[in-house]
Design a protein around this ligand. Structure first.
Ligand code: FES
Ligand code: FES
Length: 159
């Protein structure tokens, strides 16, 4: 049975087992390989995707649970208001091995969508579920801070 959802802005019928994990449905049935499996137990955040704007661990979510929902992965962020966020993480050398990066970017997007002017503490809290073994977090926090400024500028230019 297909699972109907909005995936990265497009209505799709995902041909994946509803009782299987969302991470497998996205990687194996939708080809969205940015979604990474680390611990498989809800601890590392590398499998983070957004479901109706909220970060969730796709390793702990059943594919059938997202029927009718809006699901976002990093593949959907290349254009529009989220581009500065992706660019800021890359420019801040926030990507080293890159394994945590898609999950970090999505957790940051959820924060920036909810808070136009987050404090560094807000950013730290928002990223606290995403483990990174490489960067020491400061670069990631700097990048999200910079992206928040770039987003405000973009919104100002458009308004
Ligand atoms: S793989 Fe899902 S939280 Fe680690
Ligand atoms: S860049 Fe390697 S785990 Fe974060």
């Amino acid at each position: 049975m297909a699972i109907d959802l909005i995936l990265n802005g497009k209505a799709v019928a995902l041909d994946a087992p509803p009782a299987g994990r969302l991470i497998d449905a996205l990687r194996d049935h939708a080809g969205l390989t940015s979604v990474k499996e680390g611990c498989g137990e809800g601890e590392c955040g590398s499998c983070t995707v957004l479901v109706d704007g909220e970060p969730v661990c796709s390793c702990l979510t059943l594919a059938g649970q997202v029927a009718g929902a809006k699901v976002e992965t990093v593949e959907g962020l290349a254009r529009g208001p989220d581009r500065p966020l992706v660019d800021a993480v890359v420019e801040a050398a926030g990507v080293q091995c890159g394994y945590c990066t898609p999950g970090v970017i999505l957790a940051a997007k959820a924060l920036l969508d909810a808070h136009e002017t987050p404090t560094r503490n807000d950013i730290k809290t928002a990223l606290s579920g995403n483990l990174c073994r490489c960067t020491g977090y400061h670069r990631l926090i700097d990048a999200v801070d910079k992206a928040a400024t770039a987003r405000r500028r973009l919104a100002g230019d458009a308004g």
